[in-house]
Ligand binder design. Structure first.
Ligand SMILES: Nc1ncnc2c1ncn2[C@@H]1O[C@H](COP(=O)(O)OP(=O)(O)OP(=O)(O)O)[C@@H](O)[C@H]1O
Length: 764
């Protein structure tokens, strides 16, 4: 008798052969679209007669050109569609599907549903494969055998799940199959997790877990908040969610309307293959500093490294807490509203070293409009009035003898430049001279026009400082444990930086928000979905700002309060503030507690580093216990690194050495180089992850993972402050299979909370 595997293989062979046929068809479509395009272009070249003699002739020509462009766009669209389909088919040829569920709806026959990367039907329109995002596919991810419910666009349905089968497939051949009554068999997950790390993140489509599926398929929430332990698959789930939304709202949502904010550039690079692997285009990806700094080209904003290494204590810390808060955001809004009545700061518009429009004149115009003019309109009306005044000044100047004489003395070439594209049919000589004189003056005044149009008369630096000075009237400083004098000290620092054309990261967002309010900037209404990863490193202010910047978007925010390495203990306040920003009934919070990244031994160890942390459970996958090596001095530690690297290399494990600061990483890099050990030092977030051993500073390790991690210099001197606990946790939780912690002389006391049985201690 034929085994189950043979029967399934036969079916798979059939599907693969159908897919191959479909590929041929797609190739033909691409070729047809290409030759059609060429034919249209040739035809156009040969037959188009440009008729410009008469008005109707011109119209006819324009119409023909337009028709041709439309035809070309249509063919181009056909071609891209066919090319996309071919791309998906080629992937499916290797792995047509990864699961099968047998379901029975009441009163109906049993149905076998095969689930893969995309839907595929045969010539008779019978579904051979269902897209993993189709409503019915949800039962595969959600249910054990028995009754299961799933959502469809027209409501909930219930079916009996009678079989759940998973396939490991390579090149169209079934390698293994598992029948399971567990929610997605652990066996398959184990196989997947046992694989080594890569410089690129992979999709988890075949083994999405029930909780993750909830995140992926949510369509109701305006704010979906995911608190997930390190390695619990937040990032993975969210990328699957993007693919899901693009499928669910096909035609209404495209990848350009989805934005993902990620922790750093390195991480962008790490995840950029997941969506293409799923047959979708990547969304817009950026980091928050990229988003804000591109609007501040003239100011130098603090970098991630500077932010990480800056001393944040005492008054500074309290000022930062205030500036990061939602209260401060509200104060900015209140302050800007008050500017409709008074308080705007302006700059003179200068010309040749002299005041052309004085700030007082501009202020008078600005406040001459009635109270129905709100900030944006008020500015617009002011600009209009200034342009009008400029024009009348141009008129006056053009009439002066001086200008008239100057124009008469111009060469033909200079005159031609003044005419520009203007048709030269003037009623009489006077009018012509007048026109030329105006043009002549305008050349000189061009800069003034630009200054008006570009809002150069706004004095945003002075305005921001004025706002800071007004803060004690807008909120209660004592709530942030600050006195007025302390607050003033903070303002002095900001002024000092502004004078050097610099801005601290904390000030960037309020500065921009104030500017947006004054200029009436409306935000990007095109963007429909915004994803924010590592939410714990954002401030409430930044999130409130993002909400105004993307007024039509739904938000998915994910993070791990345990890994707040920049905001530290403020991360819990963030969660509270966040909950007031979105309507309660439209907010959903999902917790992911199982960590899939690391072996049980590593997760059990790392979670004890935390005190009062969010919940973390290990996924049962075995490996060696973490090792802690305490050696005599730095030189001995370098030898330890060399030894560990040799061992890891032999076991084909990729290692990342994570040091606290960049300086430390640089020093280690050089020492290893002297010993002939090749590594790649990641200095900035703009670098690429490459295969082989990496040395990474801690603040860039966010979101990444490696087979083996060496925590460098985990001694007392380096990590002693309670506020560094989360950083230590983030570093250690990057390891998938092996973790070695190295310290000279004395281990950091932050490890004291860890049970001694959970690691192997080597003292040398
Ligand atoms: N359902 C799953 N099936 C297979 N692998 C999974 C699954 N969920 C997570 N993983 C794997 O676990 C690892 C961690 O996932 P991911 O990076 O998405 O976690 P995270 O919650 O974003 O972590 P962190 O907060 O530490 O950055 C990845 O290698 C991912 O492929």
């Amino acid at each position: 008798m034929e085994s189950i595997k043979q029967t399934e293989q036969k079916r798979m062979d059939h599907v693969v052969s159908q897919i191959k046929q479909a590929e041929k068809k797609a190739q033909k479509n691409i070729a047809t679209a290409k030759s059609d395009t060429k034919a249209i272009q040739d035809d156009f070249k040969n037959n188009l007669r440009i008729k410009t003699g008469t008005y109707s002739g011109m119209m006819e020509t324009a119409l023909t050109v337009r028709q041709q462009q439309q035809q070309l766009a249509e063919r181009e669209n056909n071609r891209t569609q066919a090319a996309k389909r071919l791309d998906v088919l080629e992937k499916m040829e290797k792995k047509p599907y990864f699961a099968r569920v047998d379901i029975k709806e009441q009163g109906e026959k049993q149905e076998k549903i095969y689930i893969g990367l995309a839907s595929f039907s045969d010539e008779k329109d019978k579904f051979l494969v269902y897209d993993w995002r189709a409503p019915i596919s949800s039962v595969y991810y959600d249910g054990g055998l028995g009754k299961v419910k799933y959502n469809t666009p027209v409501g909930e349905r219930e079916v009996e799940l009678e079989l759940k089968r998973q396939f490991m497939v390579e090149d169209g051949q079934i390698v293994t199959l598992f029948d399971t009554d567990e929610t997605v068999g652990d066996q398959m997950l184990l196989e997947v997790l046992d694989e080594g790390s890569d410089t690129k993140m992979k999709s988890i489509v075949t083994t999405i877990q029930k909780e993750q599926n909830k995140i992926i398929r949510d369509t109701d929430s305006e704010l979906l908040f995911v608190q997930g332990a390190a390695g619990s698959g937040k990032t993975s789930a969210v990328l699957q969610r993007v693919a899901f939304l693009l499928y669910r709202y096909r035609g209404k949502l495209n990848s350009g309307q989805v934005v993902l904010f990620s922790p750093n550039q390195l991480f962008n690079d790490y995840i950029d293959q997941v969506l293409p692997e799923l047959g979708e285009q990547n969304m817009v990806q950026m980091t928050y500093p990229q988003f804000t700094n591109r609007r501040l080209p003239k100011l130098r904003v603090e970098t991630l490294q500077e932010r990480f290494e800056e001393e944040n204590s005492g008054i500074n810390k309290k000022i930062k807490a205030l500036k990061d808060s939602l209260k401060f955001f509200k104060a900015t809004t209140a302050y800007s509203n008050y500017l409709e009545k008074k308080g705007m700061r302006f700059k003179n518009i200068m010309h040749d070293g002299e005041v052309f429009f004085s700030k007082k004149a501009i202020r008078d115009i600005y406040y001459s409009f009635n109270e129905n003019y709100h900030l944006g309109n008020r500015l617009f009306a002011t600009k209009e009035a200034l342009i009008k005044r400029l024009n009348s000044k141009v008129g006056q100047a053009a009439k002066t003898d001086e200008v008239q004489k100057a124009v008469q003395g111009l060469s033909q070439q200079q005159l031609n430049a003044l005419y520009g594209d203007e048709p030269r049919n003037f009623e009489n000589g006077d009018k012509e001279l007048n026109f030329l004189a105006r043009q002549y003056v305008m050349q000189d005044y061009k800069k003034i026009q630009t200054a008006i149009l570009r809002n150069r008369f706004l004095n945003i630096n002075a305005q921001y400082v004025h706002f800071l000075r007004s803060v004690p009237e807008l909120l209660d400083l004592s709530e942030f444990d600050l006195t007025k004098e302390e607050w003033e000290q903070g303002i002095d620092q900001t002024i000092k930086l502004l004078k050097e054309r610099r801005l601290s990261l904390t000030d960037v967002t309020p500065y921009l928000y104030l500017y947006d309010r004054i200029t009436g900037k409306k935000g990007d209404r095109e963007i429909k979905q915004v994803f924010i990863d590592e939410i714990q490193d954002y401030t409430a202010y930044q999130l409130a700002y993002l909400k105004t910047e993307f007024p039509r978007a739904k938000f998915t925010m994910l993070g791990d309060l345990n890994q707040a390495i920049f905001t530290k203990e403020n991360s819990h306040t963030l969660l509270n503030e966040l909950s007031t920003m979105f309507p309660k009934e439209k907010t959903k919070v999902v917790q992911l507690t199982t960590s899939y990244r690391s072996t049980q031994q590593i997760t059990d160890f790392t979670k004890e580093v935390l005190v009062n942390g969010e919940k973390v459970t290990a996924f049962a996958r075995n490996g060696a216990k973490p090792t802690v090596i305490v050696d005599q001095d730095q030189a001995a530690l370098v030898d330890d690194v060399v030894e560990i690297l040799a061992k890891n290399d032999k076991a084909k494990k990729t290692t990342a050495i994570i040091g606290k600061s960049l300086a430390e990483c640089e020093a280690l890099f050089e020492q290893l180089q002297k010993k002939g050990v090749a590594t790649t030092l990641i200095r900035t977030e703009n670098q690429r992850l490459v295969p082989g051993t990496l040395i990474v500073p801690s603040y860039l390790a966010k979101g990444l993972e490696f087979d083996a991690v060496i925590m460098w210099n985990a001694n007392k001197q380096n990590y002693h402050d309670e506020s560094e606990r989360q950083l230590v946790y983030t570093i250690c939780s990057r390891a998938m299979h092996q973790l070695d912690i190295l310290a000279a002389k004395e281990l950091s006391p932050l490890f004291d909370t860890v049970d001694k049985n959970l690691y192997t201690l080597i003292k040398r």
